[in-house]
Design a protein around this ligand. Structure first.
Ligand code: SAH
Ligand code: SF4
Ligand code: F3S
Length: 471
């Protein structure tokens, strides 16, 4: 058979080729081959890992949670330095495991860290036992690269500087059949001055709405109740497409899909959040009343240096608009402390927004210098000591305000989409409210994937303990 030209078919061809080799190895080893996939970073990476796992399963690998496996892959993140350090730590440990298996183990690295030339240099130099390295733009080529490794035995490093056309996925099985992530766009054009994502994920590219609708319909047919539309800045969806389509327009198309009960999306950049989107959200009974709206800083001066294109006042105005249209809405956020030039007054501004906005929760980060970003070259980097002090102060205020806000549904009854058996107490299940808050209540595995009416008895800070009500 000739190697297909169409990329999706080509990868299916290589999956089949790998499957033949895996079958041979199974006979030789007298057992199934296993694969361990370890993911760092954001929802995008987790989504990519799901697709990779599905391809590996097609080849005959059995997924496992341990690194003592025949194929081990680290899908990396580089948004903050500590994400990188964790990967190097794991690589150090796995070397001994590979030796124990007489080198008959394939180690692969992919994801955002691999798009950084200094990382690749380091891997070439000091990590000769890594077998396959690929980046964010050619992730769909994993099967082909694995085939090359299996047939050649040499280290394969394949990194592309830029993305080519969007390649539609090889059909995959998803881990949660009731809940699916869907990429609606790739990359980012915003170049916030601290952030490395635009450099490692490339320019913004939106998928055609028909392709997205087709994928979501397939998920719903397979039993999905909820979809999460994924992009670094979903509010600018459609800007690079020839036809006139906005994110609000895409959401409306999602609403027309019968059987889809919950529609989520992330992340929203405040600068592009339109009135049209607020209206579509408010009028819908299927779009979840939750928005992740990263603030980053409450100081207009710092926001300008961050290249965020909004002020403190504009952010608060947006929050008011959202709450006026949807009084119960949950707003969650990301905040960075210690951006270059930040002082204690700037932190006060941030705390002021935290108090006024009433976030349901906030992810808080200490600024991490990323090579190649404008902020890395800025003078007046903040000292470790000031950063930690401000971080702790921010955490205190976030916890105080978020706990108070989350408790607003205490005593009410609401739908919970059950996700899993509770890890600590097996007589309970865990799920999420429409607004994404976690709820634990008495129940069993038969409820997984169902939306159950639950009385929210007690708020425990960031989550609820509830009890199912008979309907
Ligand atoms: N596209 C999303 C964010 C993706 S990165 C958005 O703009 O909203 C997730 C979060 O990591 C960011 O919101 C930011 O708070 C944090 N982050 C990004 N770069 C960082 C850095 N250099 N140091 C610390 N935190 C950072
Ligand atoms: Fe990074 Fe800003 Fe793009 Fe988010 S919008 S990924 S913070 S550059
Ligand atoms: Fe990390 Fe890449 Fe996501 S750098 S946050 S995994 S886009």
């Amino acid at each position: 058979m000739d190697i297909p030209v169409n990329e999706t078919e080509r990868q299916l061809y290589y999956i089949e080729k790998c499957r033949e080799i895996v079958e041979g190895l199974e006979k030789e080893y007298g057992r199934k081959l296993t694969c361990g996939i370890f993911t760092f970073g954001c929802q995008m990476n987790f989504h990519d890992s799901e697709k990779i796992r599905a391809s590996l399963e097609r080849m005959g690998f059995v997924p496992t949670d341990t690194e003592d496996a025949d194929f081990v892959l680290y899908n990396t993140c580089t948004v903050r330095e500590n994400a990188n350090e964790r990967v190097y730590g794991r690589l150090g440990q796995i070397k001994a495991l590979k030796k124990k298996r007489n080198d008959r183990m394939i180690i692969a690295l992919c994801g955002c860290m691999m798009q950084e030339p200094h990382v690749i240099e380091k891997i070439r130099k000091s990590y000769g036992y890594v077998d396959i390295v690929f980046g964010t733009h050619n992730i769909y080529k994993m099967a082909e690269l694995l085939y090359r490794r299996l047939t050649s035995g040499s280290q394969i490093i394949d990194i592309w500087k830029e993305a080519k056309d969007i390649v539609e996925d090889v059909p995959a099985d998803r881990k949660f059949s009731f809940k699916a992530g869907v990429n609606i766009m790739y990359g980012c054009n915003n170049f916030c001055s601290y952030c490395i994502v635009p450099y490692v994920r490339g320019r913004e590219r939106s998928r055609e709405p028909e392709d997205i609708v087709k994928e979501v319909k397939q998920y719903v047919e397979d039993g999905a109740k909820e979809v999460m539309l994924l992009g670094q800045n979903v509010n600018s969806y459609g800007k690079n497409l020839e036809r006139d389509v906005t994110f609000a327009g895409l959401l409306k198309m999602m609403e027309d899909i019968p059987g889809l009960e919950r529609i989520r999306f992330m992340t929203s950049h405040p600068k592009d959040l339109s009135d049209e989107l607020i209206k579509v959200m408010a009028e819908s009974d299927r779009i979840c009343k939750h928005i992740h709206l990263p603030l980053q800083s409450g100081s207009s001066r710092i926001l300008k240096a961050m290249n965020r294109h909004y002020t403190k006042e504009q952010y608060l105005e947006l929050v008011d608009k959202l709450k006026a249209a949807m009084p119960d809405i949950s707003i969650t956020t990301d905040i960075i402390v210690g951006f270059p030039g930040e002082d204690d007054d700037d932190l006060e501004e941030t705390l002021d927004v935290v108090r006024k906005a009433g976030f349901d929760s906030a992810f808080t980060f200490q600024y991490s210098k990323r090579t190649g970003t404008p902020a890395a070259a800025m003078e007046n980097q903040v000292s470790e000591e000031d950063m930690t002090r401000r971080f702790n102060r921010l955490l205190e205020v976030v916890q105080e305000t978020a706990t108070a806000r989350t408790a607003r549904f205490e005593g009410k009854t609401a739908g919970v989409l059950v996700e899993d058996i509770n890890r600590q107490d097996k007589s309970m299940v865990t799920g999420r409210l429409e607004n994404n808050t976690v709820v634990h209540f008495k129940g069993d595995a038969s409820l997984i994937g169902k939306i159950v009416d639950v009385r929210l008895d007690e708020c425990k800070g960031f989550y609820y303990i509830g009890s199912a009500v008979d309907s």
